[in-house]
Design a protein around this ligand. Structure first.
Ligand code: ATP
Length: 223
């Protein structure tokens, strides 16, 4: 997979004034690449990830996934593309509190039709890979913060999406847990040929990444 963003700008209108959240940013990420974006609060990083994940439309510029211009795709096809190709990892893991760990992983499958034996086997395999082999039946409130984040990561790997977008996945984790989480993303990128973009404030996590970009006032530069 290749994500290509060219001269992408995003302007938010607030009454009479405008906020230029992104100012002509370009980036290309391909399978097997793990890139990071750092930068101060309010510089445009989340806006960038939302556009990369086809959740938000740019005001200007071009976003292509595998050479397909996503502004030219119909809404239905775009939501399928999002479901199949893109895995989001968010700061707050947003697990369903009343579902156990295994069912949290299977939730999207349940919502989109039926759950197969293979789905269950894949979910269990992912959980084992992430060191959660003994936690299938636990509920989110019975897990530590780091464990919850790993469940959320396993869930984002469930659809075997080719693009992983992570918005501060290590916020609120201690150094060991943070290393664990980021090395899991890195492993998934390298072993399964995925592409990943991670927004982070944590400079220690940059060692796992192939490239580091800096966002400042909506402008993106390679470090
Ligand atoms: N929906 C919105 N409407 C209006 N302005 C917005 C909206 N979303 C973001 N902004 C503004 O756009 C700019 C970029 O915001 P963004 O959330 O992308 O930054 P960020 O780098 O992710 O910040 P943080 O590190 O604090 O999460 C900020 O000035 C923000 O206030």
């Amino acid at each position: 997979m290749t994500l290509s963003m060219k001269n992408v700008s995003k302007v938010y209108k607030e009454g009479d004034s405008q906020i230029i959240a992104l100012d002509q940013v370009s980036m290309e990420v391909a399978s097997g690449e793990f890139v990071a974006i750092i930068g101060p609060s309010g510089s445009g990083k989340s806006t960038f990830l939302s556009i990369a994940g086809a959740l938000l439309k740019p005001s200007q510029g071009e976003v292509k996934i595998d050479n397909k211009d996503i502004s030219k795709i119909k809404d239905k096809e775009l939501s399928n593309l999002r479901l199949q190709e893109i895995g989001f990892i968010l700061q707050t893991s947003n697990l369903m509190p009343y579902l156990n760990v295994l069912d949290n992983l299977l939730l999207l499958k349940k919502m989109s039709g039926k759950v197969t034996k293979q789905d269950i086997a894949f979910a269990k395999e992912l959980l084992k890979e992430l060191g959660l082999g003994s936690k299938f039946e636990k509920f989110p409130n019975e897990l530590s913060g780091g464990e919850r984040q790993r469940v959320a990561i396993a869930r984002s790997f469930m659809n075997d999406s080719s693009l992983i977008l992570a918005d501060e996945p290590t916020a609120s984790l201690d150094t060991n847990r943070a290393n664990e989480v980021v090395s899991l993303i890195s492993k998934e990128v390298k072993a399964r040929g995925k592409a990943a973009i991670m927004v982070t404030h944590d400079e220690r996590m940059l060692a796992y990444c192939d490239r580091v970009y800096r966002m400042e006032d909506g402008k993106l530069t390679l470090q």
